[in-house]
Design a binder for this molecule. Structure first.
Ligand SMILES: Nc1ncnc2c1ncn2[C@@H]1O[C@H](COP(=O)(O)OP(=O)(O)OP(=O)(O)O)[C@@H](O)[C@H]1O
Length: 308
């Protein structure tokens, strides 16, 4: 569905995307995970055929975005990061006007708009003003709008940024349903739980490059351990910094990461590791044992956390 090789995007002297290879297959949910500024949106805009490729190859639906932009845009759906809904129009008319823009006949577009309002659970809000919708509702309306032309491929740029947890789950649920219906999903996110929940396969991006690729489970298995023991020390009472404590525990774990407020011990058995820490007479004020996540993978690969 998407084939990119050595894909680059420059803005003047600055290279936002520095040569990436990506293949997305029909029917899969594919993710670009990375922090702000990693180059995810720049990549998505090239895939959406709205921003020209600076260098490298890009094929979308087996077409060239440089020459077949209109055809590609007619066959895909795009849900941008910012809300671009028309506040002059009510909820339903936002869908209808967008559908007319795609050249759909009036009767068909009305029927499709009602079907989509049902799908995103906004039927009761059909006549409401856009400004009266919550953030989650606006996002669902934007998703509905992006589906008006029955796209084979749906691009979602940070689909749940800024939403509260409940609203995020509703959006995730709808995206699951679309995937079940056979729509290929490509999304960007800087939320590792979103990437884990929604994607079959993802690439981790940092500073315009891909630093890892695989399914969420593969990435965790390759780049992290099964469990993580998080230790928080009352640093002042220890008279020590977390950095200085590393030497006292590093032999208990495969790897130790120091964050400003805690130590992360990567290990196969977190409870056992915590017990050994106590046996050494070290008294963390808080401990947490959890499984490894994509956040740990990112930390391992870049030395930084995903969200500042
Ligand atoms: N039109 C532009 N002109 C100049 N620089 C740009 C432009 N668009 C993006 N950039 C820069 O390119 C880099 C990558 O931006 P991009 O938006 O692709 O990152 P991102 O991973 O999507 O992050 P975000 O989540 O913040 O959108 C950033 O440093 C950004 O400032």
């Amino acid at each position: 569905m998407i084939h990119a090789a050595g894909l680059r995007k420059s803005f003047g002297d600055f290279e936002a995307v520095r040569g990436i290879d990506v293949d997305v297959r029909r029917g899969e949910a594919f993710g670009f995970l990375g922090p702000n500024g990693a180059g995810k949106s720049s990549t998505m805009r090239m895939i959406a055929a709205v921003s020209p490729v600076s260098d490298g190859q890009l094929r979308i639906l087996d077409r060239d975005p440089a020459t077949d932009g209109p055809e590609i845009r007619a066959r895909i759906g795009v849900c941008p990061q910012e809300d671009t809904l028309d506040t002059e129009l009510n909820v339903r008319d936002n869908l209808i006007v967008y559908g007319r823009y795609f050249g759909l006949p009036r009767a068909e577009v009305r029927e499709r708009a009602d079907e989509l309002l049902e799908f995103v659970q906004l039927t009761e809000k059909a006549k409401a003003k856009v400004d009266d919708l919550s953030g989650g509702m606006k996002r669902r309306l934007t998703i509905a709008r992006s589906l008006i032309n029955r796209p084979e491929l749906l691009l979602l740029d940070e689909p749940t940024t800024g939403l509260d947890p409940q609203a995020r789950h509703v959006v995730w649920d709808r995206l699951f349903r679309l995937k079940q219906q056979g729509v290929t999903l490509v999304l960007t996110t800087h939320y590792m739980d979103e990437a884990e929940q929604l994607t079959d396969r993802l690439v981790v991006m940092d500073k315009g490059l891909i630093v890892a690729e695989g399914s969420p489970l593969e990435l965790i298995a390759t780049h992290s351990t099964r469990e993580v023991a998080e230790l928080r020390f009352g640093v002042a009472s220890e008279g020590d910094t977390h950095e200085a404590l590393v030497g006292k525990v590093e032999d208990l774990a495969d790897r130790v990461e120091v964050l400003p407020d805690r130590l992360l011990l990567y290990t196969t058995d977190g409870e056992e590791t915590v017990a050994k820490v106590h046996e050494r007479g070290l008294e963390p004020v808080a401990t947490l044992v959890r499984r490894s996540t994509l956040e740990d993978v990112f930390l391992r690969l870049t030395g930084r956390t995903l969200v500042d």
